[in-house]
Design a protein around this ligand. Structure first.
Ligand SMILES: [Zn+2]
Length: 308
């Protein structure tokens, strides 16, 4: 895949599924979109002011998922796994039509989204892609939470560390180069929660659609899901997936080095706010990029029901 030019979908594709937090079924259509239009959500169940741009300035909440809201209070929740799938497959421009307030959770990872995008096909456009190059190192420390963003010549590189009190999740760390690594373990990693937190989350009116079909549930030192984990570092790998989706809300792909500990949606948003708060921190420009090997993001062995 050539990384120098913008991309969209070859054709429209549709799917549906339940929202993790609302518990409501949403129908989603992914439509090809013109150059320089970016990722745009359209709430088809709302008549007016229903366009919401996938941009960090529109992030209105980061409580257990990323919510985007436009200036007229139209919102769309749990966008991060779909946006991460656009990031990984190289999609720059897409119109996401959705008839409800939340993007379906599917299996809790980006696996189904990646399949749907690959099945629809990816079209190269004639305009060059721009990147956000990190010029100046930035850092946020809040208690035990930490994120550091520094410059890199070509890639988005991530070094992510978790340190949970829970013995099974415990300390997991992974380093990923989004340009050269096979990303299968990242995009197939599911969201997770602790069994003891479920009641609290449900009382807050969240996770109404949550089940063992779309999340890993950890009870003390065991995983409740019948088939266990998909990969050894599934917990930290899911956090890396979330980060990729959140950082793509910069509006462009970020070329930089991320080092983070105990992070999450909130810290990811603060990192973008800080990066863009000073023009000396970054530069938005075209750059010559090496090709990405297709096997890093294409699933060829399985098919999914999606209508083209
Ligand atoms: Zn997630």
């Amino acid at each position: 895949m050539n990384n120098n030019f913008q991309k969209t979908l070859k054709q429209k594709t549709s799917f549906e599924g339940i929202g993790l937090h609302t518990g409501k079924v949403a129908k989603v259509s992914l439509n090809p979109a013109p150059e320089n239009s970016g990722i745009v959500f359209k709430r088809t169940d709302i008549k007016k002011n229903n366009i919401i741009k996938a941009n960090y300035e529109n992030i209105s909440s980061t409580n257990l998922c990323t919510v985007l809201k436009n200036e007229n209070n139209s919102s769309i929740s749990t966008v991060e796994h779909l946006v991460a799938a656009f990031y990984i497959t190289g999609i720059d421009n897409v119109l996401v039509e959705v008839d409800n307030a939340e993007i379906p959770i599917m299996d809790g990872s980006s696996k189904d989204f990646i399949k749907i995008i690959n099945n629809a096909g990816i079209e190269e456009q004639s305009k060059k892609r721009k990147y956000v190059k990190v010029l100046k190192e930035i850092e946020i420390n809040e208690g035990n939470k930490h994120i550091n963003l520094s410059s890199d010549s070509k890639s988005l590189r991530v070094d992510y560390e978790l340190d949970y009190e829970n013995k099974l999740i415990s300390n997991q760390r992974n380093k990923i180069n989004f340009l050269s690594d096979n990303l299968k373990d990242i995009y197939t990693s599911r969201t997770f929660c602790l069994y003891k937190d479920i009641e609290k989350i449900k009382k807050a009116g969240l996770a109404k659609g949550g089940s063992l079909d779309n999340a890993i549930v950890v009870d003390e030192d065991k995983i409740i899901n019948e088939n266990g984990l998909r990969n050894e570092k599934e917990f930290v790998n899911h956090k890396i997936l979330d980060l990729a989706g959140d950082l793509f809300l910069a509006g462009y792909r970020i070329v930089g080095n991320v080092k983070t500990k105990h992070g999450g949606h909130e810290l990811n948003k603060k990192c973008l706010d800080l990066l863009f708060s000073d023009k000396n921190n970054y530069e938005i420009s075209e750059m010559s990029q090496p090709k990405i090997r297709k096997e890093n993001f294409v699933i060829t062995s399985e098919k999914i029901a999606a209508t083209a």
